[in-house]
Write a protein that binds this ligand. Structure first.
Ligand SMILES: [Zn+2]
Length: 98
C-alpha cells in the first residue's frame, strides 16, 4: 500500500494501513457519541404536555445525536407521550421524581 502525502510517497504494509483506517473510523464514530453523552447527561429537559422536568438517558440521546441540541423528540417518562422536549430554563434545581 502506498500513501501519497503531498509530493512524497510512503510504502506501508497493507494490513497496517487497514488497521489505521479502521481505528480512525471508530474514533470518528465513538468520540462524538462520548462527548454527546457526557454533555447531554447534565441537561434538564421539560415536557410541554405535563410540565415535568427530567433528564434523558445517554442512550436515548444517542439516537437523536444529530438533531438540534435545544429541542429533542423523546418519550416523556411521566406522561409517556411522544413529545418534543425543550431545555428547561432552570438547569440548576432538582428534576421531578418518577
Ligand atoms: Zn410529560
Amino acid at each position: 500500500m502506498t500513501i501519497n502525502w503531498f509530493d512524497e510517497s510512503f510504502k506501508i504494509p497493507l494490513g497496517f494501513g487497514i488497521t489505521i483506517t479502521i481505528i480512525i473510523l471508530l474514533l470518528a464514530i465513538i468520540v462524538p457519541i462520548i462527548v454527546t453523552a457526557l454533555t447531554s447527561a447534565k441537561i434538564v429537559w421539560g415536557c410541554p404536555e405535563c410540565g415535568k422536568r427530567f433528564k434523558l438517558k445517554w442512550y436515548k440521546r444517542f439516537w437523536i445525536h444529530y438533531s438540534d441540541n435545544a429541542v429533542v423528540p423523546a418519550t416523556c417518562p411521566f406522561c409517556h407521550k411522544k413529545v418534543v422536549c425543550t431545555q428547561s430554563f432552570n438547569q440548576h434545581s432538582e428534576c421531578d421524581r418518577l
